[in-house]
Design a protein around this ligand. Structure first.
Ligand SMILES: C[S@@+](CC[C@H](N)C(=O)[O-])C[C@H]1O[C@@H](n2cnc3c(N)ncnc32)[C@H](O)[C@@H]1O
Length: 307
């Protein structure tokens, strides 16, 4: 690649989901570099990207130290995406400032405000670099200092990631509704921050969560619950397994009743990805959708209370 279109944008696919990203980018793709799709323009409404590089530039360099020098001259912090020439990429990375802020020690506030550029080697003496990226995590990967003992499932990492992205954190005294909560990873994460949780699932919670004094378990269908059973809710979260259209109807019911709550909502797909319903979620004002690093074949819809 010797030159780039003026409005070039690069989209990094989440591992295992490059086929969905490729399908949504369509004919705008100019070239593919591993999991990175270079497009001739910026395309709005792309949710299946782990990171989006705005206006990447091609930089020529003479040597490993020259590459590091040229990157440092632009800005301090860089993350490498390596799809080839791995050893050379490592050597350049070693000459750049270390990214001491990773992994993330949840809850660290204002975490994603610090700029982080992205770069990749195109050849021995050329690299592609972008200072402005949609994610300020290295390649969009939200690595946390994990708790391997207390949560009953790893699903809590999705909730941590969503809170970090919207920069909103449940606090002591907040009242949360957790729909589709078993075995209790999200309820654990919410109660661990001191919030009170009404936790709803057809299946039981892990005993450690069910006996947590901050968690009230309601066994049954999330669809049977009505908003008028609650006076106030600060957070409404759902990791429920159901069809996207059903999930959208359920969200609308809760959003209508509690428009000022914070929402984190997993949209799960079975078989085909339902882009049409995704766009319906996306059209809700003040909301944001993305494929989280900890998402599988699902997207996360987020709406902080004050947007
Ligand atoms: C991915 S799991 C949730 C994991 C959970 N967030 C955690 O952190 O441990 C999805 C849950 O949705 C529940 N579910 C599916 N349909 C439901 C319904 N109609 N009402 C309540 N729960 C339902 C399933 O029983 C399952 O426990």
């Amino acid at each position: 690649m010797e030159s780039l279109p003026e409005q070039a944008t690069a989209y990094l696919a989440p591992i295992g989901f490059d086929h969905i990203l490729k399908q949504t980018l369509g004919k705008n793709i100019v070239t593919q570099l591993g999991q990175l799709f270079i497009c001739d323009t910026y395309i709005p409404g792309i949710y299946w990207a782990q990171n989006i590089w705005m206006n990447p530039k091609i930089i020529l360099f003479q040597s490993i130290s020259d590459a590091a020098k040229k990157l440092r001259a632009i800005q301090r912090d860089w993350a490498n995406y390596s799809f080839q020439l791995h050893r050379r990429s490592h050597l350049i990375t070693d000459l750049l400032p270390k990214l001491k802020r990773f992994p993330i020690n949840f809850p660290e506030k204002n975490y994603l405000r610090l700029p982080l550029g992205s770069w990749t080697l195109l050849s021995q003496n050329t690299l592609l670099a972008a200072t402005n990226c949609s994610s300020t995590l290295p390649n969009g990967a939200a690595h946390f200092v994990e708790n391997k003992f207390d949560p009953p499932s790893r699903a809590y990492l999705k909730l941590w990631e969503a809170c970090t992205i919207i920069n909103r954190y449940p606090k002591a005294g907040d009242i949360c509704l957790d729909l589709g909560s078993s075995p209790g990873g999200w309820s654990w994460a919410l109660s661990n921050l001191g919030a009170q949780v009404v936790s709803v699932d057809r299946s039981p919670l892990a005993l450690s969560i069910q006996t947590n004094p901050l968690v009230k378990f309601v066994q049954g269908s999330a669809f049977a619950l009505e908003p008028n059973q609650f006076k106030h809710l600060d957070w409404i979260v759902s990791d429920l397994i159901c069809y996207p259209t059903k999930s959208f109807d359920l969200l609308r019911k809760w959003l209508l009743a509690f428009p000022k709550a914070n929402f984190i909502w997993t949209i799960k797909f079975q078989g085909e990805t339902d882009h049409q319903t995704t766009n319906m979620f996306a059209s809700i004002p003040g909301s944001h959708i993305q494929h989280l690093y900890h998402n599988k074949h699902e997207l996360t819809w987020m709406k902080p209370s004050d947007l």
